[in-house]
Every structure is written in C-alpha cells, then in structure tokens.
Design a protein around this ligand. Structure first.
Ligand code: SF4
Length: 397
C-alpha cells in the first residue's frame, strides 16, 4: 500500500480486498519483490513475529477462510464437534491457496491446533511445520528460561529456512518495528473507546486483519494514515450502547457479524480479535537499554504482560474474569458480548467463569456462538438489538 496517501474509503477498500483474498496475493507479490524472502504462516493466538522478521521471514496470520470457501476435504479431518477454523485451514492448504507459504507455525492455543500441527506434517511433509510451545509458568527462571530456549530454536530453524545467520541487531530492529506497530494498535483501540463513532469496530477490524498479511512496516503506515484521517474527519456522534466483546481470540467472526452488531446499536469499544497484535501490552524494546540480549528481552516481555486469555494460565489468587471486569471499568463499557466460536473449548469453558465475574460486578452481558462462516445474522441482530436497548433504557438504574 505504498505510493500516494489514500483517502479513508480507498484505504478501507484495500484492507477489505486483503481480508477477502484467500489466495494471499499480497504475500505472493511480497515474495516477487523480495527474491529469496520466505513467508511462514501462523495460527492464532500468539507467535513472536519479531523472530520471523529477524530471520528474513514474512509472518502471515492464517485465520481460516471466513464465509467464502466451501469445506469438503477439511471436514474429513475433524469430527463434527470441532470448531470450524481447522477445517477451513486444511481446505485452504489442500486447495493450493497456501502454497506460497514456506512453512506453518502452530502455537499452543488448544488441542485442536496441536492436532492440526500433526495433520499438517502428514499432509505437507516437505514444508517446514513447527508446533510452538509457550510458557504457562511466568517465573523468569522457569517459564522464562524455557521460552528463551524455544525462541532460540525457532530463530535458528527459520534462519536455516531463509539462509541467514541469526543476528542480534536484526532482532533488536524487529522488536523496535513491532513496538511501533503495537503503539498504533493501542492508539486505535484508545480512539475507539473514546470516540467509537470516529473509528467503528467494523473499520478497525479490517485494519487489524490487514496486519495479518502486510509486512509490519507497511501495516504501521496504514494504521498511521487511518488514524490521521479519522481524527480530522467530521463524523456525527452516535449514541449507541458501549459494549466490549470477548471470546473471539481465535476463529474470527465474519465481518458481517461485526457490522450486524453495530447496526443493532452496539459500539464495540474493545474486543479480543487477533490478540497477536496486542499480546505484549508494552514496548518490549524498553528493556533493550538494560539487557543486550534481544531473545531474553522478548521472552521476558511475554512473561511480563498480564494478558488475560482462555489459553493463558491464570495463577491461583487471580480469579478468571478479574481482568475483564477491570477492562470494562477502564473503558467505561456498559455491557459485554460473550461471542465464542461454536465448539471452542477454551472460550466456552472459560465463559461461565467470566459470566460469574460479570454477575458479581453487576455488569450486563449477553452471549452467543458463531462460526467463521455464520451466514444467518437475523437472530444475532435481534439479540444484540435487545441487549443494546436494555442497556440504553435501564442501564443506569
Ligand atoms: S476456535 Fe477455539 S477450539 Fe478452535 S482452534 Fe481456536 S482456540 Fe481451538
């Protein structure tokens, strides 16, 4: 998306094009422009993209096929009581749409993704496939030491793929680049919370999705351009219900679902879409000033952030849902939409605990399930519309 500065409509149209492009055309173009460059896909929820960048590899977020692909072969690999995401990822792979990728990383998000990594090895024996474990113990001498070893292994494997040598300077530079990106993602969320009519969730979602396929430098430029455009724009204030959405950290809802929630009167002022973009909630690079080892810096950045997620262990004494309640308060949300993918064990097993925390805090919520290819929006529109009306009519009582 280089060249002259775009209008907001052009910028969003380009992001929507990327969102719909299951053939990863932008990744193919990147490889043509960067001979010898490698591209490696990764599944939700978190991978250390800095390591990929430092190895000369373009990280490509693979989030399934949304509403657009009929699943035939993908269904053969999974039982009917498994979520939709792995089926469409298999379908994308077997239909050749992911051929441009030189490998795939499967983070330890859940058993389904773990099993998918094994299936991938069988289906694509010639491609690099990595199951990526992340620590669930956050003591630096335990989880930190473990994660450092994992990161060093990953880095050296990716460098072998790209034909480079691990270079600390390249990793430091990558950390700085991703910090700049995370800073603008935080700004986007802050703007949504402060003036949701200026940066609606359906627009922000497209911008975030673009971050799955664009090189980080380009995605940062896109975010900066969008923020500059919407801050200047005259846009009518809308008095919708201020709602936080949780549960959509892996299989993503279709864009139509987000638009439906907005049309039903909900301003989504925060969410957990694509958590890889916000997993580190601070500038990891700050620690580079005191610690010269960028791998250790990255490992400790992971430990240090208390990101609440269904796939991250919450130590005893820190009840599940405490972070959600704190975010609702901090963002001045009026209610919560618990929206989880059908058959998503992590999200659905966590949901009762989150709902107990919301009940205890007296915070209104509504809950439903979706799939990435959910097409029938009317029931969701009615449920969300009733929820928004309830908040507006009786929220302050
Ligand atoms: S949607 Fe849930 S169950 Fe499915 S792969 Fe993602 S985390 Fe696992």
């Amino acid at each position: 998306m280089g060249g002259p500065v775009m209008t907001k409509a052009e910028l969003l149209a380009r992001c929507e094009e990327l969102y719909e492009d299951l053939d990863l055309t932008s990744v193919r173009e990147w490889k043509e422009q960067n001979p010898g460059g490698r591209a490696v896909g990764y599944l939700p929820t978190y991978v250390p993209r800095e390591i990929l960048h430092a190895a000369g590899v373009l990280p490509v977020g693979i989030l399934g096929a949304g509403e657009q692909l009929e699943i035939v072969r993908g269904d053969a690999c999974f039982q009917s009581y498994i979520c939709h995401l792995p089926r469409s990822v298999v379908e994308l792979g077997l239909s050749g749409r992911l051929d441009v990728l030189d490998g795939m990383i499967f983070p330890s998000t859940c058993d389904v993704i773990r099993n998918l990594s094994g299936i991938w090895r069988i289906l694509f024996p010639d491609k690099y496939t990595r199951y990526l474990d992340v620590p669930q113990n956050f003591a630096p001498e335990v989880g930190g030491a473990f994660y450092e070893v994992v990161l060093r292994e990953l880095w050296s494997e990716l460098c072998a793929l790209s034909g480079r040598e691990p270079d600390d300077e390249a990793l430091r530079a990558a950390i700085t680049l991703y910090d700049a990106n995370r800073k603008l993602v935080r700004e986007l969320y802050d703007l949504r919370a402060a003036e949701p009519w200026r940066a609606p969730a359906s627009e922000a979602y497209l911008l975030l999705r673009a971050g799955m396929v664009l090189p980080v430098e380009e995605h940062t430029r896109v975010l900066a351009e969008y923020l500059a455009l919407v801050r200047e724009e005259e846009r009518a204030m809308v008095d919708n219900a201020r709602v936080l959405l949780t549960g959509a950290f892996c299989e993503q809802p279709p864009l139509t679902l987000i638009r439906t929630l907005e049309r039903a009167g909900c301003d989504l002022i925060d969410d957990d879409f694509m958590p890889v973009l916000r997993w580190l909630g601070h500038d990891a690079g700050d620690a580079l000033e005191t610690d010269g080892d960028p791998v250790r810096v990255l490992a400790e950045a992971y430990l240090g952030d208390e990101q609440e997620s269904a796939c991250r262990f919450v130590p005893d004494g820190q009840p599940k849902g405490a972070r959600l309640v704190e975010t609702v308060r901090r963002r001045a949300a009026e209610g919560v939409v618990c929206a989880a993918p059908s058959f998503c064990d992590p999200a659905l097993l966590e949901r009762p605990m989150l709902q107990s925390a919301l009940d205890e805090a007296g915070i209104a919520y509504t809950a439903f399930k979706y799939a990435e290819n959910t097409g029938q929006m009317q029931p969701i529109r009615e449920q969300a519309g009733t929820f928004a009306d309830t908040i507006k009519l009786w929220g302050d009582e």
